[in-house]
Design a protein around this ligand. Structure first.
Ligand code: SF4
Length: 309
């Protein structure tokens, strides 16, 4: 499988089978916390990316071979709503895998576009990023394409939320000194509460960010944000490993390699998300390092070697 990854035991989605429709980072933002590194943001033009037939075949093969997944999730190396074939692929998943839930993780900045709202209207869950209470914070945090506009982004979110029939969870990424002041959190809380959200998930940059100075707020700030955001708020924590289905992940090294294709990780976090012992992760990582597919960085993260992409 080249463009499917996982299923990864996701902290929020159970077993999530990811779809990455891009060959490299393809995004109209260049967030300071992005784990894919720095890259000039693209515009709002649709991107050809991977041919949809290839992903359709991979999905058929995955489920024909007994693959397990609670969610089929579009995310990957960029902004999935910019993929030229998203509408076709949403229809394909809905028509062919009725028993699976379909999720789309988006930076939210394209929802002002009617064509994109229509393309994703049949999804079960959409998770837009909503981390900025004002234009200055939005520009500083996301460093969007110069054609992006904060008011248009905000109005797009409001419009989308008023039309969409599935669930919407907000993802709030908090960065110390950028969007964690009491005033910013209060203002953001007002906006979040005006939207029909099922959950408000607070996330923090835990993986190597695009900018080295980016760090998570301290625990008190996160607690304060949670208090202000109210009962729908969840702090994205470690995935609890309850499921014996983790044992069904047959090829651990391949699974880990798929995880590392998306982002660098540490042993402990891989063990947490897979619900297995760190020693097993170590063993699989050593095999990948020996094959020169993966390297260990000085800050104890593992990332795939460039020539292994
Ligand atoms: S974090 Fe997501 S939205 Fe931000 S630049 Fe990276 S891929 Fe794009």
């Amino acid at each position: 499988m080249h463009y499917l990854y996982g299923p990864v035991p996701s902290r929020r989605l159970g077993f999530s089978l990811g779809i990455d429709p891009f060959l490299k980072k393809s995004c109209n933002h260049n967030c300071i916390y992005c784990q894919l590194g720095n890259k000039k943001p693209l515009g709002f033009e649709k991107i050809e990316g991977v041919e949809p037939q290839i992903i359709e075949e991979e999905l058929y093969t995955f489920f024909k071979d007994g693959g397990i997944a609670d969610y089929i999730t579009f995310s990957g190396r960029g902004e999935p709503t910019l993929w030229a074939h998203l509408g076709r692929m949403v229809k394909f998943v809905v028509d062919n895998f009725k028993h699976k839930k379909l999720a789309i993780l988006t930076n939210g900045s394209t929802l002002w576009r009617k064509d994109i709202r229509v393309e994703i209207e049949k999804a079960d869950l959409v998770v837009p990023t909503i981390s900025s209470p004002d234009r200055d914070t939005y520009l500083r945090l996301h460093r969007p394409n110069r054609n992006d506009d904060f008011e248009r982004y905000k109005n797009g979110l409001i419009k989308f939320c008023s039309e969409f029939k599935g669930e919407i969870w907000a993802e709030v990424m908090l960065v110390e000194g950028v969007n964690d002041s009491v005033e910013q959190l209060k203002k953001l809380a007002v906006f979040l509460y005006s939207l029909p959200l099922s959950y408000i998930d607070i996330n923090t940059p835990v993986r190597p960010p695009a900018e080295k100075w980016v760090v998570p707020p301290d625990e008190d700030k996160i607690k304060l944000a949670c208090k202000l955001f109210g009962p729908k708020c969840r702090v994205v924590g470690k995935f609890s490993p309850p499921s014996p289905r983790a044992l069904e992940i047959a090829n651990l090294a391949n699974t880990i390699f798929d995880i590392l294709k998306r982002r660098p990780e540490q042993v402990s976090n891989i063990a947490n998300v897979l619900g297995i012992d760190e020693s097993k992760v170590d063993e699989a990582l050593n095999a990948l390092v020996a094959k020169k597919l993966v390297m260990k960085t000085s800050d104890k993260y593992f990332r795939i070697q460039h020539n292994a992409q």
